[in-house]
Design a protein around this ligand. Structure first.
Ligand code: SF4
Length: 347
């Protein structure tokens, strides 16, 4: 019996200043939502969730380049959702010099910011090309210096591809020279959104053997398996799809006015039933593996959830499955909170 345990309200409200080649969210050129429409909608759903015992979360995609008033709203709303957010993702912001970034971070630290998270894709030669912004790595290093100077916790996420395997150690040395991060992780690319165009540079079984020890210490070697190795491991697994899942409600410029004027219970109930009906048809992991794994693929995915998501995406694209328009909610449902947090805890 499927239970929807959490609803995430998702809307692209801030404009991303990047066009990353690996962006999971795909095309970032579409117009976003008006801030007032977005905040009213989130407020309405958070209030409804609190009154009806439903956990509500929200995502601002694409980035957190918020004015100070917007940031105050954001903090207050995360508090109302039951978990005050004290970290910020630093991708997609407009460029600021180090002094400007120091001030920007200092103002937010005063309000409660404790941690900043930076994503990078190698030394400047690789990173700037991946993020399609000249000087971006230099800007991110300056932003991290500012964060360290303010005593903020810094998390560093680095993407590894066939093209940058031998340059990541240099990036790690450059990063070590500016401060000690709270956490540093190195990952293969995701498989979704624009990253699908980059499958040619996804690391494979042979590349894994070439990763220097100084980089591997930031990875999870036991989770770095190729698709065919994952298929061998998961073909006979008896894992059932979890009963408790999360659901997304997407706000787009085309639907926000109608969602805003509609009754929350009605919107949620209609979507909930549709998502549950789709989810209950979803094959278990072993069957997804049997039907959608590419048993010849030597390309590497980090973690069971990633490869399961890849097979799930193929399932949603298979015309035989006649997925309804709720497929996108389902994609997120396939990363149920329990599974994701279990994976995250192992990091
Ligand atoms: S900064 Fe983030 S949202 Fe913007 S293009 Fe890059 S990956 Fe996508």
């Amino acid at each position: 019996m499927t239970n929807i345990k959490r609803i995430t309200v998702w809307g692209r409200v801030t404009k991303c200043a990047h066009r990353c080649r690996y962006c999971l969210q795909g095309d970032q050129s579409q117009p976003g939502l008006q801030w007032e429409d977005y905040t009213q909608t989130v407020e309405k759903y958070v209030k409804w969730g609190n009154q009806n015992g439903m956990a509500i979360g929200f995502e601002l995609a694409s980035n957190y380049d918020l004015t100070i008033d917007q940031y105050k709203w954001y903090l207050e709303m995360t508090r109302k959702c039951g978990k005050l957010s004290d970290s910020l993702l630093m991708g997609g912001m407009k460029m600021r010099n180090e002094a400007e970034m120091f001030d920007w971070l200092a103002q937010r630290k005063e309000l409660g910011l404790k941690k900043v998270i930076f994503s990078m894709s190698g030394t400047a030669q690789f990173h700037d090309a991946m993020n399609r912004r000249k000087g971006d790595l230099e800007y991110l290093l300056g932003a991290q210096r500012a964060a360290f100077a303010l005593g903020l916790n810094v998390e560093q996420r680095i993407f590894i591809t066939k093209e940058n395997i031998n340059s990541i150690e240099q990036l790690c040395d450059d990063l070590d020279a500016i401060g000690k991060p709270q956490r540093r992780s190195v990952y293969p690319l995701h498989f979704r959104g624009n990253a699908r165009e980059l499958e040619d540079i996804r690391i494979d079984e042979n590349d894994v053997k070439q990763i220097p020890a100084g980089v591997m210490r930031y990875m999870m070697p036991e989770e770095l398996l190729s698709e065919r190795q994952w298929a061998d491991r998961l073909a006979s697994c008896d894992e059932k799809n979890p009963d408790n899942i999360g659901m997304f409600v997407y706000f787009e410029p085309e639907n926000i006015k109608s969602i805003l004027s509609a009754d929350c219970s009605e919107v949620v109930e209609t979507r909930k039933e549709a998502v549950k009906a789709e989810y209950e048809k979803l094959p278990c992991l072993a069957e997804l593996c049997e039907r959608y794994a590419d048993r010849n693929s030597k390309k590497v995915h980090e973690g069971k959830n990633k490869v399961a998501g890849l097979w799930f995406e193929r399932y949603t694209e298979d015309p035989k499955n006649r997925i309804t328009p709720y497929a996108s909610e389902l994609l997120h449902a396939f990363y149920p909170t329990e599974r994701v947090s279990k994976f995250e805890q192992t990091r």
